[in-house]
Design a protein around this ligand. Structure first.
Ligand code: ADP
Length: 550
């Protein structure tokens, strides 16, 4: 017997329709690439998204066609989020920090038909425009007054102006209804191994993920909040925040290219931001600005940090010095991205600050919709005892079942019941209370004498030293143990610390044999397109490093 409820597909357009009807005047504030602060409302974003959908029709874009963006977090990008997906086409957000060759590769692989870009990426567009196979129109996301000069424009085939393009439409458009399993958007993984692979989200997966992300123990966002995604809209749909804000009616504040500490701080304060989200490296820039200038956050109450491990020292600093509660979260492009978030359970409420910090420093509990397990090399499930570490597998309605164009074949591992699980490539343990702790990415694990050493623990300890700005721990060759940990450190400006001091800093904090064998100081650690430390590059750089213990 079926239930007797209405059948309504879960469509991305429904989010902006809801915001227009129930939160029409709520603001969307953007720092534009033009340099100024722009203000609009959900009502206007909804109207202009409909104009985008109409304009795509005039360009010959059909349902299922891929439409690319190379853009910062801003209202025009948001209009494309709803206009493109809402019309039935697929929004392909391209990461502008990728190498131009990779951008050409993924634009060709995705068969992008139209590419919308922020003016700050004009040099990049000039480098790729003549090389892609399928892009028919290049649209500069600006008005007529800010269009490129004629000599530059002449080199970009079929260059259009965003404001002219959508300004020619009347906005009288009804969002189409279709199967909720229809593809809505496409993101490519950064391709640290091999070519980037496409992750194709559906309307259903996106709406469900957005609902789960808004829950109190995840981002916990409501209509009275103002939320600022520092995480870019070209990185896993800014963790869903551009969908979540209109769903909840929160004010949305979009920082554009201004990701430095000063620009972010200004927006946080001027716009009354209560919740934010981003990767640890960005927060480091913000915290050093706030520290150096003796500033405080007057409205910020919560910041979600993930994408790579958030050092406990950062969680503690946010809380003790600024009263900001950190939600440490974990996920990946293949998971839309959120899988776990480190919120307290009832039994933690009366705990000491140290005990609470220990909970907040884990990668967190699975949010509803995501199931997870850890397995040994034979695929047997390991206990949640806070000790056993194994490969982390996940399943759920916003987790990938196969890559775009079936690249790489079937990624899933079947269990005895025939359920497919996605192997995350992360190595983790889980506490008896269900809090997951990532100890490493499987390719970064340090294998010393047949035993594993988790590099994240070692980095977190180094990051707690007052002279350390950034730390990476990598495997260095050792004739007896195969691999031993080598700590690569960037010092804080003006700070001094020696190799010996850092090594003794580990005393009593970990098992003695985990202590790094050596420390090297560098000016900078290479960061990838999503702000993560590129350990592959570091391992290459220190391939021939001779450890003093050899
Ligand atoms: P890419 O794989 O291209 O680097 P993703 O954003 O998909 O981009 O990266 C997902 C990976 O990032 C995870 O598999 C995990 O290794 C790492 N990661 C994400 N969040 C955390 C976290 N809170 N702690 C540790 N690692 C994390």
């Amino acid at each position: 017997m079926n239930g007797q409820m209405m059948q309504q597909p879960l469509l991305i357009s429904s989010l902006i329709v809801h915001a227009e009807r129930h939160h029409a005047d709520r603001e969307v504030v953007s720092r534009r690439v033009e340099g100024d602060i722009h203000r609009t409302t959900y009502q206007q974003v909804a109207a202009r998204s409909r104009q985008v959908a109409q304009a795509l029709g005039t360009l010959g874009v059909k349902p299922g066609d891929r439409v690319a963006t190379l853009a910062w977090n801003g209202y025009r990008h948001m209009e494309l989020y709803f206009g493109v997906s809402g019309s039935g086409a697929v929004l392909h957000t391209v990461n502008p920090r990728l190498h131009p060759d990779q951008i050409v590769y993924i634009a060709d692989h995705a068969e992008d038909q139209v590419l919308f870009f922020d003016m700050s990426f004009l040099p990049l567009i000039q480098a790729v425009a003549g090389r892609t196979k399928t892009v028919r129109h290049w649209v500069a996301m600006t008005d007529r007054a800010h269009m490129p000069a004629a000599d530059v424009a002449a080199k970009i085939p079929n260059l259009l102006c965003y404001e002219d393009l959508i300004g020619a439409q009347d906005g009288r458009y009804t969002w189409p209804s279709f199967d909720e399993n229809t593809a809505s958007s496409l993101c490519y993984t950064s391709g640290t191994t091999g070519n980037p692979k496409g992750v194709l989200y559906s309307h259903r997966s996106t709406v469900l993920h957005t609902m789960a992300a808004a829950l109190p123990d995840c981002l916990g966002c409501g209509a009275a909040d103002a939320i600022l995604p520092v995480v870019p809209m070209f990185h896993v749909n800014s963790w869903g925040i551009v969908y979540l804000a209109p769903m909840t009616g929160a004010k949305l504040v979009l920082p554009g290219p201004g990701l430095d500490g000063k620009s972010l701080y200004e927006l946080f304060e001027n716009e009354g931001v209560t919740i934010s989200a981003g990767v640890p490296t960005v927060w480091q820039g913000l915290l050093s600005h706030v520290d150096a200038n003796g500033l405080k956050f007057s409205t910020m109450r919560k910041s979600a940090i993930g994408g790579s491990a958030c050092p406990p020292a950062m969680i503690k600093k946010f809380k003790d010095d600024y009263g900001v509660h950190v939600i440490h979260a974990w996920g990946m492009t293949e998971m839309s991205p959120i899988g776990t978030a480190a919120a307290f359970k009832a039994q933690h409420i009366g705990h000491s600050p140290e005990q609470k910090l220990a909970v907040m420093s884990t990668q967190g509990r699975a949010i509803y919709g995501v199931d997870m397990k850890i397995v040994d090399p034979d695929g047997a499930e390991l206990p949640w005892d806070g000790q056993a570490t194994g490969d982390l597998l996940v399943r759920g309605p916003w987790i990938i079942s196969s890559y775009f164009r079936n690249e790489g074949g079937n990624p899933l591992v079947q269990d005895a019941q025939g359920h497919g699980w996605f192997p995350t490539g992360d190595v983790a343990k889980v506490t008896p209370e269900g809090y997951m702790v990532i100890t490493d990415r499987s390719k970064d694990v340090i294998k010393s004498g047949g035993e594993w050493i988790g590099s994240i623990d070692l980095e977190n300890i180094a990051m707690a030293h007052p002279a350390v700005a950034m730390a990476a721990c990598i495997a260095a060759h050792h004739p007896k143990w195969d691999e031993r940990p080598l700590l690569v450190v960037v010092k804080k400006p003006g700070a001094e610390v020696t190799r010996e001091e850092l090594i003794s800093f580990y005393d009593g904090k970990i098992a003695k044999w985990w202590t790094p064998d050596d420390v090297v100081f560098v000016d900078a650690i290479p960061l990838g397109a999503t702000g993560k430390m590129q350990k592959i590059k570091l391992r290459e750089q220190f391939k021939t490093h001779v450890l003093p213990t050899t």
